[in-house]
Design a protein around this ligand. Structure first.
Ligand code: DX5
Ligand code: ZN
Length: 218
């Protein structure tokens, strides 16, 4: 079973960003998770294009872009030029989400959907044949440090069940603790966005935490 560990960089130590990225690279994280917000679609701003470029220049590892913005289709080329490898957009932020997936692929990136707490499995089912990654939000989008929203669990189980048929990489984003990783990796979740619950602001260093998480889920 795949175990992907993706640090949520809006939670990083921006006073020591280069050192944080160096330690995360050495700790063997799989993909950098980059929360992009416009203050409209969600009431917050996340990371800037400058933050994105800075981190891009510090690592060869894949980077995603979690677009919590209106009209994400307008920014696909922008993120491709920033060196993004995978774009997650929110289908409810688009008039024609199936076309957005085609545009992301045409720009040479992997396509993902971020399924917000209020978005149903049924409402995005038609997108699943063409999507590479699904990210089920386990908090309301826009802020780190929020509580896990247990009411999304039946929906997460629907995406776990559908994974075999469509072959997407399934992840969760928000309040992902080490206990949640152990519980949900066994259940069939592949990719875990690590923010303040599991990785940042802890006493142990990133290398120790990442290697312990891998051991706990071996
Ligand atoms: C929230 C973001 C998450 C968040 C995760 O909108 O998508 O990536 O930063 O942080 P924690 O793990 O603290 O919820
Ligand atoms: Zn995110």
């Amino acid at each position: 079973m795949t175990l992907l560990l993706s640090p949520s960089m809006m939670c990083a130590d921006f006073k020591n960003l280069a050192s944080d990225v160096k330690q995360l690279n050495e700790a063997g994280v799989d993909m950098y998770h980059m929360d992009i917000m416009d203050g409209q679609y969600v009431p917050n701003f996340g990371l800037s294009p400058e933050d994105y470029q800075t981190i891009r220049d510090l690592t060869d590892k894949p980077m995603d872009a979690h677009l919590m913005i209106k009209n994400p289709r307008q920014y696909i080329k922008f993120f491709a030029e920033l060196g993004t490898n995978l774009v997650y957009f929110c289908p409810d932020a688009e008039q024609q989400p199936a076309r957005t997936i085609d545009d992301i692929h045409a720009a040479g990136m992997k396509a993902g959907i971020a399924v917000n707490t209020g978005t149903s499995f049924e409402s995005v089912k038609e997108l699943l044949p063409n999507i590479d990654y699904v990210l089920v939000m386990t908090v309301h989008p826009g802020f780190a440090g929020q509580p896990f929203q247990d009411f999304v669990m039946p929906k997460l189980n629907q995406f776990i069940a559908a994974k075999k048929q469509y072959g997407y990489v399934l992840g969760i984003d928000g309040a992902v603790s080490r206990e949640k990783i152990m519980e949900l990796h066994k259940a069939g979740v592949d990719n875990f966005i690590l923010g303040t619950s599991a990785l940042f602001g802890k006493d142990e260093d990133y290398m120790t935490i990442i290697s312990d998480i891998r051991k706990e889920n071996d």
